[in-house]
Design a protein around this ligand. Sequence first.
Ligand SMILES: [Zn+2]
Length: 195
Amino acid sequence: MNIITHALTGWVAGQHMTRRIDEMAIITVASVIADIDAFGAVIDVIRGGEAEMFSLYHHKFGHCLVFCLFLLALIQMRWKKAGLTLCCAAVFHLHLLCDILGARGPDGYQWPIYYFYPFSEMGIVWKHQWEINAWPNIVFTIVLMCLFLKRCAMQKFSPLALLFPAADEKFVKTLRARFKCCDGATTDSDESGAA
Ligand SMILES: [Zn+2]
């Protein structure tokens, strides 16, 4: 799936797993970071040639168990919260599952997941995998967007609070006016750590 859907998956999961915005951000990073192995696309664009580097590395070192364990070790050492580390492990693997389900290229190529890279070149594919722009991905993204906005309204903060507190205040105010069901609801803003 595309990076926007992966990011939404991570943030929505974070909204349900923690009340702290900094932890939501960490969980979101864990849900998208596998696609770091798509960096070759940038080099390909700069070089102006075929998608050679992208094809060579995508779904390999970022989408494998070794990278996941490395990532989890860093998170555990830095934040020392087993619950947070487990959440990150869950969203990382949710990313892989989403890619296996719906990341087929327009040309029909399935982009296998090399989970055991670099020890094995065995690629994981699902024969019924749908295209990356197919309707299930669009529906999934819309559902995630609705959940995300509703939760932002309920919790009285959005990712904007990380960088633009004033904009976040206006954004949340608009959301709360839209989701009238939030009126009077218990919020988590005081405990979020949001600015
Ligand atoms: Zn991916």
